[in-house]
Design a protein around this ligand. Structure first.
Ligand SMILES: CCCCCCCCCCCCC/C=C/C(=O)SCCNC(=O)CCNC(=O)[C@H](O)C(C)(C)COP(=O)(O)OP(=O)(O)OC[C@H]1O[C@@H](n2cnc3c(N)ncnc32)[C@H](O)[C@@H]1OP(=O)(O)O
Length: 269
C-alpha cells in the first residue's frame, strides 16, 4: 500500500492499482463537513476524475461515523448564514458532492457509521453503498430547521427508496439503521465492521477486472437514465454508448480473449 496523501480533512490512499480510497478524517467531529472539506473534496474528485488508470473510488470515514453532515460548530460556515451567504454555502457544498458523483468511475461508499444530514447526501452521491452494522442514516435536516431538499438528498431518496418512504424518512427525521437500510436498497450489503473495507475492496477488484470503458459508459447510462423521462430516450442513450464502445479496444480484446479462452487485458481506450 503506497503512502497516503494526507489532505487537511481526509486521506487519499491507493491500496492497489486502479483503486483510490478517500477517508474523511475528522473523527473527533464525526467527520462533519467544513468549507475546507467541501473545497478539498471537490479538488480530489476533479483530480481523480482525470486519472486514466483509475477504475474505482472507495469513500469512507475515520472513526465511528461516516459523516455527521455540516459541522455545526464551524463558526465560519455558520457565520455566513445570510440568505445569500447560505446560497453560497450550499453551492460550495453542492459542487463538492456533484464532483464526487460525477467521477467517471464507480464510487463505493463504505458506510462505517452514522451518515447524517449532508453526510447522508454524501453517501447518496456514491453509486454503491456497503455498510457496517453501525451504518445508520438520518435526514437530520428537519431537526435543525433545514429542508431535506439538500445536496441531492431529496432527489436520490425518491429514486432509491421510493417517494413514500423518502417522505417518511425526511419528515420524521428518524434514523434508518443498517438492516432496514439494506432492505430498502439504501445499502447494497451489510458486512461485519472489521471487514467493511475488505468487502469494498473485493467489490472494487471485481469491477477492475472488467472493461473500463464498458463500466464507465454503464455509469453514464445509469446516471443519464435517472434523468430522462421516457423508455425511448433511455434506449437512445444506451444505443449511442454501445456504438461508441465499438470504436474502442476493449470490445475486440474481449472477443479475442473469449475465442482464445483467456482473460482479457482491457485498456479502457
Ligand atoms: C442549528 C442550525 C444550524 C444550521 C446549519 C446550517 C448549515 C449550512 C450548511 C449548508 C451546506 C451543507 C449542507 C449540509 C447540511 C447539514 O448537514 S445539516 C445536518 C447537520 N448534521 C446534524 O444535524 C447531525 C448532528 N449529529 C448527530 O446527529 C450525531 O452526532 C450523529 C452524527 C448521528 C452521531 O451520533 P453519536 O454517535 O451518538 O455521536 P454524538 O455523541 O452525537 O457526537 C459525538 C461528537 O461529535 C460531535 N458532532 C456530531 N455531529 C456533528 C456535526 N454535524 N457538527 C459538529 N459536531 C458534531 C458531537 O457534538 C459530539 O461532540 P462532543 O460532545 O464534543 O463529544
Amino acid at each position: 500500500m503506497t503512502e497516503p496523501t494526507t489532505w487537511e480533512t481526509f486521506t487519499l490512499e491507493r491500496p492497489e492499482p486502479g483503486i483510490a480510497v478517500v477517508t474523511l478524517n475528522r473523527p473527533e467531529r464525526m467527520n462533519s463537513m467544513t468549507n475546507t472539506m467541501f473545497s478539498e473534496l471537490e479538488k480530489v474528485a476533479l483530480r481523480l476524475d482525470r486519472e486514466d488508470d483509475l477504475r474505482v473510488v472507495i469513500l469512507t470515514g475515520a472513526g465511528k461515523a461516516f459523516c455527521g453532515g455540516f459541522d455545526l460548530d464551524d463558526a465560519e460556515g455558520l457565520a455566513s448564514l445570510t440568505p445569500m451567504g447560505m446560497l453560497d454555502q450550499q453551492e460550495l457544498a453542492a459542487r463538492a458532492l456533484s464532483a464526487i458523483r460525477s467521477i467517471r468511475v464507480p464510487v463505493i461508499a463504505a458506510v462505517n457509521g452514522a451518515a447524517a444530514g449532508g453526510g447522508l447526501s454524501l453517501s447518496l452521491a456514491a453509486d454503491i453503498r456497503i455498510g457496517s452494522p453501525t451504518a445508520r442514516f438520518n435526514a437530520a435536516f428537519v431537526r435543525i430547521g433545514l429542508s431535506a431538499g439538500d445536496l441531492g438528498a431529496s432527489w436520490h431518496l425518491t429514486r432509491l427508496i421510493g417517494p413514500a418512504r423518502a417522505a417518511e424518512f425526511a419528515y420524521t427525521g428518524r434514523f434508518i439503521e443498517a438492516v432496514e437500510a439494506e432492505s430498502l436498497g439504501l445499502l447494497n450489503a451489510v458486512v461485519p465492521a472489521e471487514s467493511l473495507l475488505a468487502e469494498a475492496l473485493a467489490m472494487a477488484r471485481l469491477i477492475c477486472a472488467n472493461s473500463p470503458a464498458g463500466v464507465q459508459l454503464s455509469k453514464r447510462a445509469l446516471h443519464a437514465n435517472m434523468e430522462v423521462s421516457s423508455y425511448a430516450a433511455a434506449l437512445e442513450l444506451e444505443n449511442r454508448g454501445q456504438a461508441l464502445l465499438t470504436r474502442g479496444e476493449d470490445m475486440p480484446e474481449a472477443l479475442a480473449a473469449f475465442k482464445d479462452k483467456r482473460s482479457p487485458k482491457f485498456t479502457g481506450r
